[in-house]
Write a protein that binds this ligand. Sequence first.
Ligand SMILES: [Fe+2]
Ligand SMILES: [Fe+2]
Length: 161
Amino acid sequence: MIGGGHPAHLVRRFFGSLRSRRPSPGDQLLVGALLRPKEAELFWAQPVPDQAHGMATARAVMERRPERPDLTRAALLHDVGKRRCGLGVIGRSIASALALAHIPTWGRYTMYLDHGTLGAEDLENAGSDDLTIGFARDHHGEPPDGIDLTDWALLVEADSE
Ligand SMILES: [Fe+2]
Ligand SMILES: [Fe+2]
């Protein structure tokens, strides 16, 4: 599974992560209101740029579907697996470049590229619902069976903004 996207997206993400800020008090309230305690622990265990990306994805979803907290929750938590690789911006860019060039990866680079699977495992252990687990696992791939494709498309679009 590729953990990046096409090069323009990677470049945007690279500069975005250099700019990102710690979530605001309002963001912290949102996390506390929407997430189970174990999910919130996973959210706050992420590096700050990943917290900011999860929050931006969640805000984009919430603007469009405020009546669907399950979608916002899936958006908030979709990249929690990235924290496991311990890579910063440069290491992640190397991992994505290796994947784009179809060069076999190892160690932390492989963990980064597998962040969907790793995050889904963490979320299962945290008692998350099926949509949250499924979006974490497959957000760079195909939607799982039984998922509403309109919901899925909204989540994918918010993740790519
Ligand atoms: Fe991701
Ligand atoms: Fe993402």
